[in-house]
Design a protein around this ligand. Sequence first.
Ligand SMILES: NC(=O)c1ccc[n+]([C@@H]2O[C@H](COP(=O)([O-])OP(=O)(O)OC[C@H]3O[C@@H](n4cnc5c(N)ncnc54)[C@H](O)[C@@H]3O)[C@@H](O)[C@H]2O)c1
Length: 145
Amino acid sequence: MSKSIAQILKLKGNDVWRITPDASIYDALALMAEKNVGALVVMEQNQVVGIFTERDHARKVDLEGRCSQKASIRQVMSVDICYVTPQTTVDEAMAIVTESRRRHLPVMENDQLVGLASIGDLVKASLDEKDFEIKQLKRYIKGDP
Ligand SMILES: NC(=O)c1ccc[n+]([C@@H]2O[C@H](COP(=O)([O-])OP(=O)(O)OC[C@H]3O[C@@H](n4cnc5c(N)ncnc54)[C@H](O)[C@@H]3O)[C@@H](O)[C@H]2O)c1
């Protein structure tokens, strides 16, 4: 059984960088640069209403003739979000990002946003797990206790 999203959040924390739909694209980009992240969860009245990612910026701003200072996040955010829960396994979440071509999964529990797992978090958790398994197998082969 692979690790759970809860185990990833235990290490990385529950903070989620967020923005409102009426903020400008420019403000979102400034926040993403400041926090060194590739996505912001869009929240309105304490509800998740979308996600804004570097990919949304790449495809929906200059290419569609929008000005980042004037256009709002609401105009370019993605609304078809894939969620996970703390109980979702890393393997299940990997399958979701692979099939849906998303890189960021908001983590929801009882209708509340409790974290965010990115593709990098999932790859790292998966590699750590494989690393641990290899060490265990090597120890077993050598006959160490
Ligand atoms: N060494 C690590 O622990 C680790 C973890 C994640 C990513 N990375 C590396 O960073 C690079 C980019 O990562 P990425 O493609 O996963 O995306 P990313 O740059 O958006 O994410 C980087 C980190 O920021 C977090 N993050 C992103 N948006 C967030 C938000 N709105 N609120 C809170 N946290 C947020 C992610 O969960 C992840 O831990 C990759 O090269 C990846 O391998 C390393």
